[in-house]
Design a protein around this ligand. Sequence first.
Ligand code: NAD
Length: 254
Amino acid sequence: MLLEGKKALIFGVANDKSIAYGIAKQFKEQGARLAFSYVNDKLKKRVEPISEELGGEFTFPCDVCDDDQIAQSAETVKDKWGDVDILVHSVAFANREDLKKRYIETSRDGFKLALDVSAYSLVALCGAYEPLLKPGSSVMTMTYLGSSKVITNYNVMGVAKAALESSVRYLASDLGENGVRINAISAGPIKTLAASGISGFKSIFSHIEDRAPLGRNVTTEDVGKSAVYLASDLSTGVTGEVHYVDSGYRNMGI
Ligand code: NAD
Protein backbone atom coordinates (compact mmCIF):
# COMPACT_ATOMS: atom_id res chain seq x y z
CA MET A 1 0.00 0.00 0.00
CA LEU A 2 1.24 3.46 -0.95
CA LEU A 3 0.59 5.22 2.37
CA GLU A 4 1.12 2.36 4.83
CA GLY A 5 1.34 3.77 8.38
CA LYS A 6 1.59 7.40 7.24
CA LYS A 7 -0.12 9.87 9.58
CA ALA A 8 -2.55 12.10 7.67
CA LEU A 9 -4.30 15.16 9.08
CA ILE A 10 -7.48 16.09 7.24
CA PHE A 11 -8.86 19.65 7.49
CA GLY A 12 -12.21 20.24 5.78
CA VAL A 13 -14.62 17.32 6.03
CA ALA A 14 -18.20 18.60 6.31
CA ASN A 15 -20.04 15.48 5.13
CA ASP A 16 -19.56 12.45 2.87
CA LYS A 17 -19.84 14.66 -0.23
CA SER A 18 -16.79 16.71 0.81
CA ILE A 19 -13.65 16.51 -1.29
CA ALA A 20 -11.76 15.93 1.98
CA TYR A 21 -13.92 12.85 2.60
CA GLY A 22 -13.05 11.44 -0.83
CA ILE A 23 -9.38 12.03 -0.12
CA ALA A 24 -9.52 10.47 3.36
CA LYS A 25 -11.28 7.41 1.93
CA GLN A 26 -8.55 6.83 -0.64
CA PHE A 27 -5.85 7.46 1.98
CA LYS A 28 -7.48 4.83 4.20
CA GLU A 29 -7.50 2.31 1.35
CA GLN A 30 -3.75 2.90 0.97
CA GLY A 31 -3.07 2.20 4.65
CA ALA A 32 -2.82 5.73 6.06
CA ARG A 33 -3.64 6.62 9.65
CA LEU A 34 -6.18 9.45 9.85
CA ALA A 35 -7.21 12.33 12.11
CA PHE A 36 -9.89 14.92 11.33
CA SER A 37 -10.47 18.54 12.31
CA TYR A 38 -13.88 20.17 12.68
CA VAL A 39 -14.65 23.87 12.68
CA ASN A 40 -17.31 24.00 15.43
CA ASP A 41 -19.67 21.85 17.53
CA LYS A 42 -22.24 21.63 14.73
CA LEU A 43 -19.63 20.16 12.39
CA LYS A 44 -18.19 17.97 15.17
CA LYS A 45 -21.46 16.00 15.11
CA ARG A 46 -21.02 15.36 11.39
CA VAL A 47 -17.28 14.73 11.41
CA GLU A 48 -17.19 12.23 14.28
CA PRO A 49 -19.30 9.54 12.55
CA ILE A 50 -17.17 9.98 9.42
CA SER A 51 -14.01 9.62 11.47
CA GLU A 52 -15.45 6.44 12.97
CA GLU A 53 -16.41 5.09 9.54
CA LEU A 54 -12.89 5.66 8.20
CA GLY A 55 -11.08 4.46 11.32
CA GLY A 56 -9.87 7.94 12.31
CA GLU A 57 -7.71 7.96 15.44
CA PHE A 58 -8.95 11.29 16.84
CA THR A 59 -10.80 14.47 15.96
CA PHE A 60 -9.97 17.99 17.10
CA PRO A 61 -11.47 21.49 16.85
CA CYS A 62 -9.84 23.99 14.53
CA ASP A 63 -11.38 27.16 13.15
CA VAL A 64 -8.67 28.19 10.70
CA CYS A 65 -9.41 31.89 11.32
CA ASP A 66 -8.31 31.54 14.93
CA ASP A 67 -4.55 31.43 15.56
CA ASP A 68 -5.00 30.17 19.14
CA GLN A 69 -7.11 27.24 17.93
CA ILE A 70 -4.54 26.44 15.24
CA ALA A 71 -1.72 26.49 17.82
CA GLN A 72 -3.80 24.37 20.23
CA SER A 73 -4.56 21.86 17.46
CA ALA A 74 -0.85 21.50 16.69
CA GLU A 75 -0.23 20.79 20.39
CA THR A 76 -2.98 18.15 20.39
CA VAL A 77 -1.53 16.48 17.29
CA LYS A 78 1.98 16.60 18.76
CA ASP A 79 0.74 14.87 21.95
CA LYS A 80 -1.16 12.20 19.99
CA TRP A 81 1.23 11.48 17.12
CA GLY A 82 4.51 13.34 17.67
CA ASP A 83 4.77 14.16 13.98
CA VAL A 84 2.79 14.24 10.74
CA ASP A 85 3.40 12.81 7.23
CA ILE A 86 0.49 14.34 5.33
CA LEU A 87 -1.58 17.51 5.83
CA VAL A 88 -4.68 18.09 3.70
CA HIS A 89 -6.12 21.63 3.62
CA SER A 90 -9.56 21.44 2.01
CA VAL A 91 -11.15 24.56 3.44
CA ALA A 92 -12.78 27.62 1.88
CA PHE A 93 -15.49 30.15 2.66
CA ALA A 94 -16.97 33.35 1.24
CA ASN A 95 -20.20 35.19 1.95
CA ARG A 96 -23.02 33.88 -0.22
CA GLU A 97 -23.94 37.40 -1.39
CA ASP A 98 -20.42 37.83 -2.81
CA LEU A 99 -20.94 34.74 -5.00
CA LYS A 100 -23.96 36.00 -6.90
CA LYS A 101 -23.43 39.63 -7.84
CA ARG A 102 -20.81 41.52 -9.86
CA TYR A 103 -17.26 41.10 -8.50
CA ILE A 104 -16.89 44.88 -8.52
CA GLU A 105 -19.43 45.04 -5.67
CA THR A 106 -17.41 42.87 -3.27
CA SER A 107 -17.22 44.53 0.14
CA ARG A 108 -13.94 45.05 2.01
CA ASP A 109 -15.13 42.73 4.78
CA GLY A 110 -16.27 40.06 2.32
CA PHE A 111 -12.91 40.22 0.55
CA LYS A 112 -10.99 39.93 3.84
CA LEU A 113 -13.13 37.02 5.03
CA ALA A 114 -12.76 35.00 1.81
CA LEU A 115 -9.00 35.56 1.64
CA ASP A 116 -8.55 34.83 5.35
CA VAL A 117 -10.44 31.50 5.44
CA SER A 118 -9.54 30.30 1.96
CA ALA A 119 -5.93 31.45 1.47
CA TYR A 120 -4.23 32.78 4.61
CA SER A 121 -5.35 29.70 6.55
CA LEU A 122 -2.91 27.57 4.55
CA VAL A 123 -0.02 29.85 5.53
CA ALA A 124 -1.10 29.78 9.18
CA LEU A 125 -1.45 25.99 9.24
CA CYS A 126 1.91 25.44 7.56
CA GLY A 127 3.56 27.78 10.07
CA ALA A 128 2.02 26.07 13.08
CA TYR A 129 2.64 22.55 11.81
CA GLU A 130 6.11 23.11 10.36
CA PRO A 131 7.82 21.62 13.45
CA LEU A 132 5.69 18.46 13.10
CA LEU A 133 6.19 17.97 9.36
CA LYS A 134 9.12 15.65 9.01
CA PRO A 135 11.36 15.42 5.89
CA GLY A 136 9.49 13.61 3.12
CA SER A 137 6.06 14.77 4.28
CA SER A 138 3.49 16.25 1.94
CA VAL A 139 1.00 19.11 2.28
CA MET A 140 -1.82 19.70 -0.18
CA THR A 141 -4.63 22.18 -0.73
CA MET A 142 -7.66 22.39 -3.03
CA THR A 143 -8.05 25.05 -5.69
CA TYR A 144 -10.20 25.77 -8.73
CA LEU A 145 -9.85 27.11 -12.29
CA GLY A 146 -11.55 30.33 -11.15
CA SER A 147 -8.09 31.38 -9.88
CA SER A 148 -6.91 32.15 -13.39
CA LYS A 149 -10.06 32.34 -15.55
CA VAL A 150 -13.26 34.27 -14.98
CA ILE A 151 -15.98 31.85 -13.88
CA THR A 152 -19.41 33.46 -13.50
CA ASN A 153 -20.19 34.22 -9.83
CA TYR A 154 -16.98 32.61 -8.52
CA ASN A 155 -15.81 36.21 -7.94
CA VAL A 156 -13.87 36.78 -4.72
CA MET A 157 -13.31 33.06 -4.33
CA GLY A 158 -11.34 33.12 -7.60
CA VAL A 159 -9.15 35.88 -6.20
CA ALA A 160 -8.68 33.85 -3.01
CA LYS A 161 -7.69 30.80 -5.07
CA ALA A 162 -5.13 32.90 -6.98
CA ALA A 163 -3.62 33.90 -3.61
CA LEU A 164 -3.77 30.28 -2.48
CA GLU A 165 -1.93 29.00 -5.56
CA SER A 166 0.72 31.70 -5.24
CA SER A 167 1.08 30.80 -1.55
CA VAL A 168 1.70 27.19 -2.55
CA ARG A 169 4.72 28.32 -4.58
CA TYR A 170 6.16 30.48 -1.78
CA LEU A 171 5.44 27.82 0.85
CA ALA A 172 7.10 25.21 -1.37
CA SER A 173 10.23 27.35 -1.28
CA ASP A 174 10.12 27.69 2.53
CA LEU A 175 9.13 24.10 3.35
CA GLY A 176 11.52 22.68 0.77
CA GLU A 177 14.35 23.66 3.13
CA ASN A 178 12.99 20.94 5.45
CA GLY A 179 12.43 18.38 2.70
CA VAL A 180 8.67 18.99 2.89
CA ARG A 181 6.55 19.26 -0.28
CA ILE A 182 3.35 21.23 -0.89
CA ASN A 183 1.05 21.16 -3.91
CA ALA A 184 -2.45 22.17 -4.92
CA ILE A 185 -5.07 20.05 -6.65
CA SER A 186 -7.30 22.01 -8.99
CA ALA A 187 -10.49 19.97 -9.06
CA GLY A 188 -13.24 20.28 -11.60
CA PRO A 189 -16.66 21.23 -10.21
CA ILE A 190 -18.17 18.75 -7.74
CA LYS A 191 -21.56 18.97 -5.99
CA THR A 192 -20.57 19.73 -2.40
CA LEU A 193 -21.84 22.04 0.34
CA ALA A 194 -19.29 24.72 -0.59
CA ALA A 195 -20.20 24.51 -4.29
CA SER A 196 -23.90 24.97 -3.49
CA GLY A 197 -23.06 28.48 -2.20
CA ILE A 198 -22.01 29.63 -5.68
CA SER A 199 -24.96 31.00 -7.59
CA GLY A 200 -25.67 29.11 -10.82
CA PHE A 201 -22.83 26.63 -10.26
CA LYS A 202 -25.16 23.78 -11.28
CA SER A 203 -25.19 24.91 -14.90
CA ILE A 204 -21.44 24.31 -15.07
CA PHE A 205 -21.81 20.54 -14.76
CA SER A 206 -23.49 19.98 -18.14
CA HIS A 207 -21.02 22.39 -19.74
CA ILE A 208 -18.12 20.22 -18.54
CA GLU A 209 -19.82 17.07 -19.86
CA ASP A 210 -20.14 18.72 -23.26
CA ARG A 211 -16.65 20.23 -23.44
CA ALA A 212 -14.12 18.29 -21.36
CA PRO A 213 -11.96 15.71 -23.17
CA LEU A 214 -13.19 12.95 -20.84
CA GLY A 215 -16.83 13.99 -21.35
CA ARG A 216 -17.74 13.75 -17.69
CA ASN A 217 -17.42 15.58 -14.40
CA VAL A 218 -14.85 14.43 -11.86
CA THR A 219 -15.72 12.77 -8.56
CA THR A 220 -14.25 13.03 -5.09
CA GLU A 221 -12.79 9.59 -5.78
CA ASP A 222 -10.87 10.97 -8.78
CA VAL A 223 -9.50 13.77 -6.58
CA GLY A 224 -8.72 11.31 -3.78
CA LYS A 225 -6.66 9.09 -6.06
CA SER A 226 -4.56 12.03 -7.27
CA ALA A 227 -4.17 13.09 -3.65
CA VAL A 228 -2.70 9.65 -2.92
CA TYR A 229 -0.10 10.29 -5.62
CA LEU A 230 0.80 13.70 -4.16
CA ALA A 231 0.90 12.30 -0.60
CA SER A 232 2.98 9.26 -1.49
CA ASP A 233 6.55 8.59 -2.50
CA LEU A 234 5.39 8.42 -6.14
CA SER A 235 5.70 12.23 -6.22
CA THR A 236 8.92 12.82 -4.25
CA GLY A 237 10.22 15.27 -6.89
CA VAL A 238 7.02 17.34 -7.14
CA THR A 239 6.41 20.53 -5.16
CA GLY A 240 4.89 23.98 -5.67
CA GLU A 241 2.62 22.62 -8.42
CA VAL A 242 -1.04 23.00 -9.31
CA HIS A 243 -2.19 19.56 -10.42
CA TYR A 244 -5.43 19.59 -12.44
CA VAL A 245 -8.03 16.87 -11.83
CA ASP A 246 -10.70 18.24 -14.15
CA SER A 247 -11.30 15.74 -16.98
CA GLY A 248 -8.89 17.88 -19.03
CA TYR A 249 -11.31 20.82 -19.24
CA ARG A 250 -8.80 23.61 -18.64
CA ASN A 251 -6.90 22.92 -21.86
CA MET A 252 -9.88 23.35 -24.15
CA GLY A 253 -10.26 26.42 -26.37
CA ILE A 254 -12.93 26.97 -29.00
P1 NAD B 1 -17.20 21.32 1.68
O1 NAD B 1 -18.27 22.32 2.05
O2 NAD B 1 -17.53 19.90 1.85
O3 NAD B 1 -15.85 21.65 2.45
C1 NAD B 1 -15.48 22.94 2.85
C2 NAD B 1 -14.95 22.81 4.26
O4 NAD B 1 -14.41 24.07 4.72
C3 NAD B 1 -16.03 22.40 5.28
O5 NAD B 1 -15.64 21.22 5.95
C4 NAD B 1 -16.07 23.56 6.25
O6 NAD B 1 -16.32 23.14 7.58
C5 NAD B 1 -14.64 24.09 6.12
N1 NAD B 1 -14.49 25.43 6.66
C6 NAD B 1 -15.13 26.58 6.29
N2 NAD B 1 -14.75 27.60 7.08
C7 NAD B 1 -13.84 27.09 7.97
C8 NAD B 1 -13.09 27.64 9.04
N3 NAD B 1 -13.17 28.94 9.38
N4 NAD B 1 -12.26 26.82 9.74
C9 NAD B 1 -12.14 25.50 9.42
N5 NAD B 1 -12.84 24.92 8.41
C10 NAD B 1 -13.68 25.71 7.70
O7 NAD B 1 -16.87 21.65 0.14
P2 NAD B 1 -15.71 21.13 -0.82
O8 NAD B 1 -16.19 21.43 -2.19
O9 NAD B 1 -15.31 19.75 -0.46
O10 NAD B 1 -14.53 22.16 -0.52
C11 NAD B 1 -13.24 21.76 -0.15
C12 NAD B 1 -12.20 22.57 -0.91
O11 NAD B 1 -12.24 22.20 -2.29
C13 NAD B 1 -12.41 24.08 -0.86
O12 NAD B 1 -11.15 24.72 -0.78
C14 NAD B 1 -13.04 24.36 -2.22
O13 NAD B 1 -12.85 25.69 -2.64
C15 NAD B 1 -12.25 23.38 -3.06
N6 NAD B 1 -12.80 23.08 -4.38
C16 NAD B 1 -14.10 22.69 -4.51
C17 NAD B 1 -14.60 22.42 -5.77
C18 NAD B 1 -16.03 22.00 -5.97
O14 NAD B 1 -16.55 22.11 -7.08
N7 NAD B 1 -16.70 21.49 -4.96
C19 NAD B 1 -13.76 22.52 -6.90
C20 NAD B 1 -12.44 22.90 -6.73
C21 NAD B 1 -11.98 23.18 -5.46
